[in-house]
Write a protein that binds this ligand. Structure first.
Ligand code: 26Q
Length: 844
């Protein structure tokens, strides 16, 4: 990182002060304003000081030790953090804002120690306290501010942005309750609150000098000013304060510490006072609650749940606060001259969730900063970039026009104006084609007109990307084909990746050590160097060590399963794992049908050459998704039948891991041998769990879907267990599907289900599952892929019989995983989207 100059430092300090005056909010009494340290103590000194002065009790408990250590590590970051901020505020490079409703960070301590190279110092500091680092780490609550893939991707991206030295700020919401805690009651999922903030969050800093105010409700009015220009005012609004809480994101040993800025909603004092003066004190207090509700809870759906008003409020709150924050930084340096804005800023929208930022940026430029429409639109569509994460049409976000009219009237005006101007372009491109206009309009007509957020995002962005090659190709050929025809240059692919720091170095230290001993350290900064491992696939000693590491990791996973599920996993058996959100398209059911098939074979005594396996499944269901919840119940009942039958024990064990989360995955992926990536082809945009498993030497059984295709390309078809229909075949819903012919094996499975064998005391509960399998037009193609899947599983078993071959394939998987480092992905975002010089584009 470039060293900031002294004069630059002083300049920024002045700006800081000025900003705190401009936005003049006073610190709240219940939160101390934390100052960055000037001259840091070493980690152990700092740790002892925190233990001594922060804690109330004489005897420190492990949880308090964790807290003191986290504060000390944060302290170590403060100087670098401030220097990074100061350097970036000089605007020598473009600033990227990553807007996301979700950041699924998991724990921070281990990752921060690794990136700052403080792990050894930390262990030393702990010595006098007779507590291991591992024990200490276990006391940190996961920051579960996301549902699954999309949220974890945002967290991996932050790690990579800092590690490849990019000035990127993450903007999100500080939910008071993150992803719900999943418990099991008689095999059913029960949701509990996630109290992640109960013991405080030692990593965050409340930034009272950066508070902004976000308007809601009210009405709009226009007037002509003295220059004859039409101006708009959004009046009578109810304003909510957005208070930033910053989390440090340290790069990998490079001196950069970026920021994740999470907004918390608080009632504005002004608003309370008015009410108070009118004598309506209780109303005012109630409304205060309403304001603070905005950031209370994360919506636990990983496909969109349409029409929830509070969700829209969250989206606008995040978008408006983040844009105002960026505009404040820009104007502090450049004043009212916006000519440089689009060369200094870019916003990456993580799906359509923050896409209301497009009309909101227009509003801020028009109404607050006085730009005219053309200038404002020019800026807006050269700073916004949109990432799509789904092809499922039911998951595309739509908001009722009526809701926007009520909650965000000025924003709706602007959306109409954007749409009117854009539809003129459409009419120009397809003259006289009213159907095209209707199909492409941002406003969907009907009884309840809706705003199509994906269309708004496309129209307002200079880049639209999918998250794996197949997905991006399907976006342009199907879902967004009309837009692709009009603006082909907008569309691009950015195949997802995962952080090698968290998912290899931190999660699997033993494998990391072995790799470094074998090929040196270069892979630690450039994961594509792992290909050197291919030179070792004939090295018997290395293969043995590789196998030993996997064995030890299996033991750790088995310990987790024993503790959480009370199921004993035998380390000599194949560890076969599917963990992810529960969704019909991900086809956990297909996996379960195969387990039933194996179980049936065992009961029939058909066990010759059967390879013993332990099947692990885990994941949360959206609380309102009945079928997903039933699949969990089925998995639990199946596991119970299997594990309680001594005839079955030598061949098959099964466990359902409750409350699957980031920390669980850190134990699961190093200990997994077979990774299940079995979605219906064309439905999983990318997948990222598939990459974590591959990196840790698991072999994949999978369909030609999402990033599986690229994984298979990288590792070679001989090192991947492929099955199932292609996306093209799935899309051709044909008549033969009407009268599906079930194979004898599947008929047997269905018969066993219908006999009630897995629900002896709960008659009929699995009828919807049986109906789903037998459905003539099953869109998930369970029956169609069942035989092919069983075939591939047989191949898996046969391969596993040859231990050495399996280990060689495992090595090749890790060796080929470098391409799926999020550093590679972020390098592409940087080169193709964020830093790209835009060419003049007259047809927009
Ligand atoms: C939307 C509106 C209202 C409430 C909730 C939502 C909502 C929330 C989360 C909709 C979707 C999500 C999350 C989607 C997601 O995780 N998608 C996954 O993104 C990964 C990263 O790109 C991909 O690897 C997965 O294939 C994709 O399913």
């Amino acid at each position: 990182m470039a060293k900031p100059r002294e004069s630059a430092l002083k300049g920024e300090l002045k700006n800081d002060l000025k900003q705190s005056l401009d936005h003049g909010s006073k610190p709240k009494a219940d939160h101390a304003l934390e100052e960055p340290c000037e001259d840091c103590d070493s980690l152990d000194v700092s740790f002892e000081r925190h233990l001594r002065y922060d804690l109330s009790r004489e005897q420190s408990q492990s949880g308090e030790l964790f807290n003191a250590m986290a504060r000390s590590v944060k302290e170590q970051m403060f100087d670098l953090w401030r220097k990074t901020r100061l350097a970036d505020s000089q605007y020598e490079t473009k600033k990227v804002s990553y807007l996301s409703l979700e950041f699924l960070l998991g724990r921070t301590l281990g990752n921060a120690l690794l990136n700052l190279d403080l792990t050894e110092q930390c262990k030393q500091a702990l010595k006098p306290h007779a507590v291991s680092l591992e024990e200490l780490e276990s006391h940190e609550h996961d920051a579960g501010l996301g549902n699954g893939g999309l949220g974890r991707l945002a967290a991996c991206f932050l790690d990579s942005c800092a590690s490849i030295d990019l000035a990127v700020t993450g903007y999100g919401i500080r939910y008071q309750y993150g992803m719900f805690v999943q418990k099991m009651d008689n095999g059913y999922q029960v949701e509990g609150p996630d109290l992640w903030l109960r013991d405080g969050n030692p990593w965050e800093v409340r930034m009272v000098n950066r508070i902004v105010s976000v308007p809601f409700f009210g009405s709009t009015k226009s007037y002509i000013d003295k220059d004859g220009k039409r101006n708009f005012v959004w009046q009578g609004t109810q304003d909510v304060l957005a208070v930033p809480y910053d989390m440090p994101i340290a790069g990998y040993r490079n001196g950069r510490v970026n920021t994740l800025r999470l907004w918390r909603a608080e009632a504005s004092d002004d608003f309370d006072l008015t009410e108070f003066n009118e004598g309506d004190y209780t109303e005012a207090v109630a409304r205060k609650n309403l304001a603070e509700q905005i950031t209370m809870v994360l919506y636990p759906n990983d496909s969109s749940e349409n029409g929830k008003e509070l969700r829209l409020r969250q989206q606008f709150f995040l978008s408006s606060a983040s844009l105002q924050d960026v505009l404040n930084q820009y104007t502090a340096k450049h004043g009212k001259d916006f000519s440089q804005f689009s060369s200094k800023h870019v916003f990456q929208l993580n799906d359509t969730h923050p896409s209301i930022a497009i009309p909101e940026l227009m509003r801020l430029l028009l109404d607050v900063h006085g730009l005219d429409w053309d200038k404002a639109w020019d800026i807006t569509r050269s700073v916004m970039a949109y990432t799509n994460h789904t092809l499922l049409p039911e998951a595309l976000e739509r908001w009722p026009v009526r809701m926007l009219q009520h909650m965000l009237p000025r924003i709706l005006d602007i959306i109409y104006e954007i749409n009117g101007r854009y539809l003129e372009r459409v009419a120009h491109r397809w003259p006289g084609d009213a159907n095209k206009l209707r199909a492409m309009s941002i406003i969907e007509e009907g009884d309840e007109p809706q705003v199509r957020m994906a269309y708004l995002a496309i129209v307002g962005s200079f880049s639209v990307n999918g998250v794996a090659a197949l997905h991006s190709q399907l976006l342009t050929s199907t879902l967004f084909n009309d837009f692709y025809q009009m603006w082909p240059q907008l569309f691009n692919n950015k195949t997802n990746g995962v952080s090698p720091r968290r998912w290899l170095m931190h999660a699997n230290p033993d494998l990391s050590t072995l790799i470094t001993k074998a090929i040196g350290t270069s892979w630690q900064r450039d994961l594509t160097q792992l290909t050197s491992l291919n030179g070792l696939t004939q090295d018997k000693a290395f293969i043995k060590q590789w196998q030993q590491v996997k064995f030890d990791n299996k033991a750790k996973l088995a310990a987790l399963v024993a503790q959480e599920c009370e199921v004993e996993f035998d380390l000599s058996m194949l560890f076969d794992v599917q963990v992810k959100r529960i969704h019909e398209y991900k086809r956990q059911l297909l996996n379960l049908l195969h387990v039933v098939h194996l179980y049936g074979r065992i009961l029939d005594g058909d066990v010759k050459d059967m390879v013993p396996r332990c099947v692990l499944m885990g994941g949360k269901a959206a609380p309102g998704y009945a079928m997903a919840k039933l699949i969990i119940k089925f998995a639990n009942n199946l596991a119970h039948m299997i594990n309680s039958d001594p005839r079955v024990k030598p061949y098959l064990r099964m466990a359902y891991l409750p409350n699957y989360n980031v920390s669980a995955m850190e134990v699961i992926c190093p200990g997994t041998e077979l990774s299940e990536q079995i979605s219906t082809a064309g439905k999983e945009a990318s997948g990222t769990g598939n990459m974590k498993f591959m990196m840790n030497g698991a072999l994949t059984i999978g369909t030609l879907d999402g990033a599986n295709i690229e994984i298979r390309e990288q590792v070679g078809p001989d090192n991947f267990f492929l099955f199932g229909l292609s996306a093209e075949q799935v899309a051709q819903a044909n008549d033969t599907q009407e009268n599906q012919i079930f194979s004898p094996a599947l008929l047997k499975v269905i018969a066993l289900l219908k006999s009630g064998h897995f629900n002896l005391v709960e008659p009929g509960i699995f009828d919807p599952i049986i109906a789903a399998i037998e459905a003539p037009k099953d869109q998930w193609r369970l029956a169609a892929d069942f035989d092919s899947y069983c075939q591939a599983q047989l191949q898996v078993a046969n391969t596993y019989l040859d231990k050495e071959t399996w280990q060689q394939m495992s090595i090749r998987n890790t060796a080929a995983s470098g391409r799926f480092s999020s550093d590679v992905t972020i390098g592409q975002y940087r080169d193709d989207i964020w830093m790209a010089k835009k060419t003049a584009n007259n047809n927009r």
